[in-house]
Write a protein that binds this ligand. Structure first.
Ligand SMILES: [Fe+2]
Ligand SMILES: [Fe+2]
Length: 293
């Protein structure tokens, strides 16, 4: 087979590398690899609500897969990755659900009711068919989700809660999310090699509007979000300091370069439509990376 040279062919190589490593080092079994018999039988109610909230985010899997698969179906590397990604994400919701049940935090009936409430709403892709923005968003989101599971695991232990089942599940989920982050990060770096300016402009746009997936459609999200903040699992400050900064560093993008991109976008906007420049200026000053730097 000839050397794969186009961007999409490189994605297929990237998928192969990802899949090889996942098969070799990262596969786990939801029934056997988590010590379910060691789940706490007196679960902390706040931990239960946090787990139930993250379970809800993972429940939109059919929407995530459907929208993204439609967008990338002609890219074998990305489509095959998406199929594998769906399999891994399916286990995340299953593990969180199994903990809620095994610990007795929720009954089967309560969880079925919760699932039905959550799926009453449909998740829609933020950025329409803009693949590059979606990719930038996913790079940040996978890293942030991984960090969320790790922080919940750490804080649960720090509060003296001993639950090897929850700890085991959260560790496996964290490791998967970081695996996903690495795939998307390398994919974005491939775009950056082809057209760095366009990739950085897409990232600038995403940084201005980032929020966690599906948050706005999950029932009772405001109270759940408050609990996530109260526990310091994920806040705006953590997002800036412990997500945006390391992700940008990982991508090899520094603060000065992002500032130049913002300036260029502003000048272009002034040329294209002077009357909206003021609005864009206000949005750009809200850029999360400049606050993080
Ligand atoms: Fe996940
Ligand atoms: Fe993920």
């Amino acid at each position: 087979m000839g050397k794969r040279t186009t961007l999409e062919n490189k994605f297929y190589d990237l998928f192969n590398e990802y899949f090889y490593n996942a098969e070799k080092h990262r596969r786990w079994n939801v029934y056997e690899d988590i010590p379910w018999d060691q789940a706490s039988k007196t679960p902390d109610p706040e931990v239960a609500t946090l787990v139930e909230s993250f379970f809800a985010v993972e429940l939109y899997l059919p929407d995530y897969v459907r929208h993204i698969m439609r967008m990338v179906r002609k890219s074998r590397g990305r489509a095959w990755f998406q199929a594998n990604w769906g399999y891994e994400e399916a286990k995340h919701s299953m593990a969180l659900e199994k903990w809620l049940l095994t610990s007795g935090a929720r009954t089967d009936e309560q969880l079925q009711d919760w699932e039905s409430q959550v799926l009453d709403e449909e998740w829609i892709l933020h950025y329409g068919d803009e693949q590059l923005m979606s990719l930038c968003y996913t790079v940040l989101q996978e890293f942030a989700t991984g960090l969320t599971y790790r922080r919940l695991n750490t804080f649960t232990k720090e509060k003296g809660i001993s639950d090897p089942a929850l700890a085991g599940a959260l560790s496996l989920l964290h490791r998967d999310e970081i695996g996903h982050f690495n795939f998307f990060k390398k994919g974005l770096q491939m775009y950056m090699e082809v057209d760095r300016d366009r990739a950085l402009e897409a990232m600038t746009g995403v940084l201005q509007s980032f929020h966690m997936p599906a948050a706005h459609i999950i029932p009772g999200w405001d109270a759940r979000d408050k609990l996530i903040r109260d526990w310091d699992v994920m806040t705006d400050r953590i997002f800036l300091k412990d997500v945006v900064k390391p992700v940008m560093k990982n991508l090899g993008i520094d603060h000065q370069e992002m500032r130049a991109v913002r300036r260029r976008m502003k000048e272009q906007a002034e040329k294209d439509a002077p009357e909206v420049t003021e609005i864009i200026e206000a949005e750009l000053s809200d850029d999360k990376y400049s606050q993080a730097a």
